[in-house]
Design a binder for this molecule. Sequence first.
Ligand code: FE2
Length: 287
Amino acid sequence: MKPDVTGFFDDATNTISFVVKDPQSASCAIIDSVLDFDYSSGRTDTKSADEVIDYVTKNDLRVEWILESHVHADHLSAAPYLQERLGGKIGIGENITAVQDTFGKVFNEGTEFQRDGSQFDKLFVEGDSFHIGQMRGDVLHTPGHTPACLTYVIGDAAFVGDTMFMPDFGTARCDFPGGSSETLFASIQKILTLPDETRIFVGHDYKAPGRDEYAWETTVAEQRTRNVHVGQGQSREEFVEMRDARDATLAMPKLIIPSLQVNMRAGKMPEPDKDGDVFLKVPVNKL
Ligand SMILES: [Fe+2]
């Protein structure tokens, strides 16, 4: 089955959010939504999420799932905002508990911050399946970029989040706490065992040398033969060496501090203080 896939590109964070629709009904899922956040002013904005809402309402779609490929470190999730307006269950990988444990410590959260994933409606493990109308989705656990990364295989389309990017750009960084380039290599091999013609939708795009347009759709065959990090016969050792060396040169994403605090709570802000004001923390010299 071939789902109808619509991508929404966010210029500020190079993120692609997807609406994935069952071709035989009005049912759909939203994958990796964005809540706009201006760090210098501390203000949120719903422009990106509202574009998705407009699309869903104009097309009379029924949202069954709001899926996260992982806890993003470069943008805030709009999952609760979308859920309030459109319905649907919020899902993420079961290993979110490991991410909550790590960053619960980094942000010195109190015991009121649950580390059991209970902020989400559904925690998926490898081999789980779910439905969007009559269309079936299958869950692959594809860690490496983070411990909780999932790939959602829905009909002939695989939403790989931050594992591989477009073939000319390569792969995702593995240097966040709990990340591992060796693990990512194994996860990518797992994705590359899907049928050649499987459409691959990536979670970010940054263009690439020689390419002026943003892109987010490719295929397993293209990744297997053309991906600059894993598609040209690179061994595991070569990949690990390249990935780790490159990661050592990368700055932290601009929005990592607010993103982690919000996304580990399924996109919700921390509880307001007694005056009803909401604050995010900045851990000094911890990341
Ligand atoms: Fe990410």
